[in-house]
Design a protein around this ligand. Structure first.
Ligand code: CU
Length: 140
């Protein structure tokens, strides 16, 4: 009897875990512009510092950052070379060289209020999912 109860609890826990995952996936799927997860933004004296994780094929970063001189700390956690490009209202700025798997790079850009297109400009990565919007709210 005791053993039976124990097994029942284990399977109940498994069901609960699966249900929790399903909820998380639903939340992720319902979000816009194919964004995948968020990372941290840290306010420093020099401006906001944003962690960016590039994977095959998604960009993980916050949906919005405060205005200012924004430093993107970019990590390639994928298995292919990736890059990071932000469209500064017509002028596209990207890393001078692609980031190798496991590599890191930083890109510093001045951002004012608006919505910016962020993507990986390597091959067709953007259409494969490495594209998202970044919101910068109004100054104060
Ligand atoms: Cu890429």
């Amino acid at each position: 009897m005791f053993l039976y109860m124990k097994r029942a609890w284990v399977s109940l826990a498994a069901v609960a875990a699966v249900a929790a995952c399903a909820v998380i996936m639903l939340t992720a799927c319902s979000s816009s512009q194919g964004k995948v997860g968020t990372t941290q933004v840290t306010q420093t004296a020099a401006g906001p510092v944003v962690e960016v994780i590039l994977k095959d094929y998604e960009i993980t970063m916050p949906d919005s950052v405060p205005p200012g001189t924004v430093k993107f700390n970019i990590t390639n956690a994928g298995t292919h070379d990736h890059n990071f490009q932000i469209d500064l209202k017509g002028t596209k700025k990207r890393l001078d060289t692609d980031v190798k798997p496991g590599g890191t790079a930083t890109l510093v850009v001045a951002l004012t209020s608006g919505t910016y297109d962020v993507e990986c400009p390597v091959g067709v990565h953007a259409t494969m999912g490495m594209r998202r919007k970044l919101m910068v709210p109004g100054d104060r």
